[in-house]
Design a protein around this ligand. Structure first.
Ligand code: PAF
Length: 282
């Protein structure tokens, strides 16, 4: 099996990256919070195709969890993650602890305006500042040529793109389409929380969204279509729908009907598990 170098400090990461650079290698970065699944592995595979060297990061970032969220029980399985990364020929895993990322006295954060005010930003007000801060740090620590983000977290992808543009961070952000289970449910580390009965309920989400996208593509007003879809989600056993909206793909602002490139965005709870997803309409 190929060698996977595991480093836990920024100093060691910089030594390894400097070595890659001296040999003229291009570098791809795949930031993750671990509990890897095929969605993450697809990011790594894409990074392998585009770059001579691939760095994966695993860091469960406390700054992107709210006080009532699942930080303590977020799934962690370094041994399984390492085995998968090795198998794919990843060159390096950077997995710092919280003290390495946020030493005593850490007091800087990156706030991306506008794009973060809506959708996830409403129910999770600190989330994007936590993501933007940690992603900025990871990009500056590794200084990759390219960094890979899944479209499953489409708002996160747009926030990262805006931040990289606004701060002139010299990296190309590469979007990767969502990887789905056979029934269409988007792969997510949080799917592990679902009991078999809840997993069955969750499978209604891609089905209902598939129908909803078809209805939205007719160009009719979105509001009644979305209200109908919300009702069907409740009937299927979803406990709460946080949001279900048609939004412009670039501004992420709600639109009354699908005329410009737009996506339908959803966040809904099965029991205590919050699932998010999005589908392109046009
Ligand atoms: O999408 C994730 O797993 C995280 O939000 C990220 C980008 C690794 C930042 O912690």
């Amino acid at each position: 099996m190929p060698e996977l170098q595991i480093v836990r400090t920024v100093a060691d990461l910089r030594v390894a990256v400097a070595h890659y650079r001296r040999s003229g290698a291009s570098v791809g970065l795949v930031p993750t919070m671990g509990a890897l699944h095929d969605g993450h592995l697809t990011l790594v595979r894409s990074a392998k195709l585009d770059n001579a060297r691939v760095i994966a990061t695993i860091f469960v970032n406390p700054k992107q969890f709210g006080p009532t969220e699942d930080l303590a029980r977020y799934p962690r399985d370094e041994a399984a993650d390492v085995a998968m990364l090795k198998e794919l020929g990843t060159d390096l895993l950077f997995t710092p602890d919280v003290g390495e990322m946020y030493p005593d006295g850490f007091s800087t954060s990156i706030l991306v305006g506008g794009l973060t005010q809506h959708l996830e930003g409403i129910s999770r007000p600190h989330f994007f500042t936590g993501v933007a801060t940690v992603v900025t740090k990871l990009l500056l620590q590794a200084l990759p040529d390219r960094a890979y983000f899944g479209e499953k977290d489409f708002q996160q992808l747009q926030v990262v793109r805006r931040m990289v543009r606004d701060l002139n961070i010299p990296v190309a952000i590469v979007p990767i389409p969502t990887i789905r289970e056979a029934d269409g449910l988007a792969m997510s580390s949080r799917n592990r929380y679902l009991s078999p009965a809840q997993r069955k309920i969750a499978s209604a989400l891609p089905q209902i969204m598939h129908e909803t996208v078809a209805e939205l593509r007719t160009g009719l007003a979105a509001a009644p279509i979305l209200a109908g879809a919300k009702g069907r989600l409740h009937q299927a056993g979803f406990d709460r729908v946080d949001y279900l909206e048609l939004c412009d793909e670039t501004t992420l602002q709600p639109v009354p009907l699908a005329r410009t490139p737009s996506r339908v965005f959803v966040a809904a709870y099965v029991g205590a598990t919050r699932l998010i997803d999005n589908w392109p309409v046009i």
